[in-house]
Every structure is written in C-alpha cells, then in structure tokens.
Design a protein around this ligand. Sequence first.
Ligand SMILES: CC(C)(COP(=O)(O)OP(=O)(O)OC[C@H]1O[C@@H](n2cnc3c(N)ncnc32)[C@H](O)[C@@H]1OP(=O)(O)O)[C@@H](O)C(=O)NCCC(=O)NCCS
Length: 164
Amino acid sequence: MNAPTIRQMTETDIDAIMATFAVWNKTRGQYAGYFKEQQRDQRVVLVAVAPDDREAHAVIGYGCVVWRSKYAGFHERNVPEIVDLNVITAHQRQGVGSALIAAAEWLVAGRGFTQIGISVEQSPEYAAAQRLYPQLGYTPVGCTAHNNQLHLIKALAPPHTARS
Ligand SMILES: CC(C)(COP(=O)(O)OP(=O)(O)OC[C@H]1O[C@@H](n2cnc3c(N)ncnc32)[C@H](O)[C@@H]1OP(=O)(O)O)[C@@H](O)C(=O)NCCC(=O)NCCS
C-alpha cells in the first residue's frame, strides 16, 4: 500500500484517536494527558492517517516518544524511548507501525540524540512487536523482570544533511 501520512498530534486528534481506538477500551483521558505532556515537551505523539484520507482526519495508528524514559537503563544513558505504539487491527501489517517508528527515529535524531530505545512485554500477545523491532535494527539491552519487559536500543545516524 502507499505510505501513511505521519504527523504530530493536534488537539482535535484526541477525538480522532478515540474514534478509532475506543474498541480497544482506550480512554479519552489517556490522550488528553498525552496532549498536555506534548505541550510541556515531555512527549511527542505521532499519529498515522491512511494515505487515502485526503482530509487526514481518521487516525489509524499512533506512537509516542518520551524524552525521559521511565526505564532506568534508558534514562541514565539519556536515551529517548518510543512508547505506546499502536496500529488498529484492520491496518496492521501494511507498514504503518514501521512508518511510525521511522518518524520517531527521525524526530529523535533531529534533536541530536544518537540512540533510541523501545520496550516490549515478553508475552505471546506482543508477538508482532517482538518480531518487528529486531527487523528494524533494535538490539536487546536489558530486561525488567517485574513486568516482563525486554528493552531494545538502536543507534541513529546523525541528522540528515541536505539531500541531493
Ligand atoms: C506492533 C504493531 C504496532 C505493528 O504495527 P504494523 O503496522 O502491523 O507493523 P508493520 O506493518 O510496519 O510491520 C510488519 C511487521 O510486524 C510484525 N508483525 C505484524 N503483525 C504480525 C503478526 N500478526 N504476527 C507476527 N508478526 C507480525 C512482522 O515482523 C511484520 O513484518 P513481516 O510482515 O515482514 O513479517 C501492531 O501489530 C500493533 O499495534 N499491535 C498491538 C499493540 C502492540 O503490541 N503494540 C506494541 C507494544 S510494545
């Protein structure tokens, strides 16, 4: 399929995300909170809209970058983390998750960071993410036992110089 459009969340996207993800029992308060954190520059929320959605209203996926990770192994090394990455079922396996991750990497590299982290729970429910992250170049660097999380890291190329 064509690439989805990835852009930073706006306030009206709170309702757009809910319209798509309410079926996954998500709550509006979560996204309203995310938007506030984005305004405080603690988090950036990237949303994906389908390529055929000319008015770019319908959100089919989203993912966040937090500049200060809750995982000590990232926090102490000043590694921003991709968190809460979700693509709605009907649009999965069409490159949307990969596009969100690529946009997050571009954003993080653009702020001068040389590494980016991501975490995934080690349970069958998260098999897709467990497979995807190594495919995209993420390498395991640690685990958190109490919530069964595997933490992975990727080195980022320096911010782009002008393209020829
Ligand atoms: C993980 C997730 C974000 C991936 O999004 P996506 O848009 O499907 O990902 P992409 O299309 O870019 O990548 C496809 C790759 O993901 C993996 N994948 C996707 N669906 C899969 C499935 N049902 N089973 C196994 N691997 C799967 C594969 O590695 C696949 O590559 P392949 O098709 O070459 O085998 C999506 O599956 C999702 O939202 N899952 C539910 C929430 C979740 O687990 N979030 C991550 C928490 S850490």
